[in-house]
Design a protein around this ligand. Structure first.
Ligand SMILES: [Zn+2]
Length: 395
């Protein structure tokens, strides 16, 4: 089933996670010349990079979408440009796009934290986490988003993030590809009218995603965080939805997750435009399985380990962080040991069965992986200072 012919809208300027502000500006300039869109500079980052808002549609329902307030969370930015391409197109989806543009006015702010994106880091150039700055309001990027919100008074807000690829979905133990939340307004879980509408959108998105990623849709932590933008907007009566793109096996550059983000947003706009976000039962939302952590990047099962108490069998769970290579062009994976012992209840993106091969060198939790696993024919697997060596079975 393909509800929307996505491939014709995919913005081909973006092919991986590491694009910078310059690429975003270049794409924005393409839309500036199109009369359908209204583009304006809304402010600048700490280091003086322009942050723009692109608006489309003339409807009563106002929707504000922003992405990449954390500089190393770029999936939503790519999806925003795919959506702009969708609205620009003239094809057999005209009924849908006209219905949305007639009923809604959409405002998009791609890459709210361009200084962070430049370094592929979470925080802005002041070292501030923008999503913890909505009480103190110290970062110019925070003030910019608040100013736009005060100016346009959105009915709905979409807060686009990327979560750790190590989140799994409770129950399925699969990677949480997309996690959703209607952020709370207090620590009692009160359902205000604004939050009720956000919950209806999340419920509808959750049902839609079942066709694409069953078992891989999570509900983000419901804990109240008063300093975050989602809670702040929800408190002020804007129906706010958090969308977190996580991990999906084989989608290292998040290109499938970007497509899912596009589908999530377009589906949401369609629901809002058709005014189907009512006062339905919230039990589906409450039953969306929570994010949890039962997932490694790599799990090595069944190693034979020599201990003072004799031989034991153990599994090794490893996670990687990404470090830029010397040229700063690509990232290498540096593995650390996260856990050791019986990890039979855990899942992983990659599972290697060591087949009772012997572990050489003790594994040290939280340290960069440095060990060998050998069978009688030679190395099965080898790590040096966190870097996985070539698989050399049978030497
Ligand atoms: Zn984030």
């Amino acid at each position: 089933m393909n509800m929307y012919p996505y491939s014709s809208y995919r913005d081909i300027s973006f092919v991986d996670r590491f694009f910078k502000h310059e690429s975003v500006q270049s794409r924005i300039s393409q839309f500036t010349s199109d009369k359908l869109f209204r583009t304006r500079q809304t402010g600048k980052s700490v280091q003086g990079r322009e942050i723009n808002c692109i608006s489309v549609g003339n409807g009563k329902m106002k929707i504000l979408v922003w992405s990449q307030m954390h500089g190393d969370e770029p999936t939503g930015t790519m999806a925003i440009f795919d959506l702009l391409n969708f609205f620009k197109a003239d094809d057999d989806q005209n009924d849908l796009r006209n219905m949305i543009l007639h009923n809604c006015t959409l405002h998009f702010i791609p890459m709210l934290n361009p200084d962070g994106a430049e370094l592929y880091q979470r925080r802005n150039a002041q070292g501030i986490d923008i999503n913890r700055d909505f009480l103190a309001k110290q970062a110019p990027e925070t003030l910019l988003l608040l100013n736009i919100q005060e100016e346009i008074h959105p009915d709905f807000g979409f807060n686009l993030h990327d979560q750790s690829t190590l989140w799994s979905v409770s129950g399925s133990r699969k990677p949480a590809a997309i996690s959703l939340l209607a952020p709370p307004v207090d620590n009692k879980g009160t359902i205000t009218p604004a939050r009720q509408k956000a919950i209806q959108v999340v419920t509808s998105v959750y049902n839609m995603l079942q066709d694409y990623i069953p078992g891989q849709i999570g509900r983000w932590n419901e804990e109240y965080e008063p300093r975050a933008v989602g809670e702040t907007f929800q408190r002020s009566g804007i129906s706010t939805i958090l969308i977190e793109a996580g991990g999906f096996s084989g989608d290292h550059e998040k290109q499938y997750l970007r497509e899912l983000n596009f589908k999530v947003l377009l589906h949401s706009f369609k629901q809002i435009a058709a005014n189907v976000c009512g006062n339905d039962d919230i039990s589906i939302y409450q039953n969306i399985p929570l994010n949890n952590k039962e997932l490694f990047h790599l799990l090595i099962r069944n190693c034979r380990v020599s201990t003072p108490g004799g031989h034991i069998q153990a599994d090794i769970g490893l996670n990687y962080t990404e470090e830029p290579d010397a040229a700063g062009k690509s990232m290498k994976k540096v593995y650390s040991v996260a856990d050791f012992g019986d990890l039979s209840t855990w899942n992983a993106y990659e599972i290697i069965d060591a087949g009772n091969a012997a572990l050489k060198h003790p594994v040290i939790i939280d340290a960069r992986a440095t060990f060998n696993i050998m069978n009688e024919r030679g190395f099965v697997l080898s790590f040096a200072d966190g870097v996985k060596q070539t698989f050399k079975q049978g030497i």
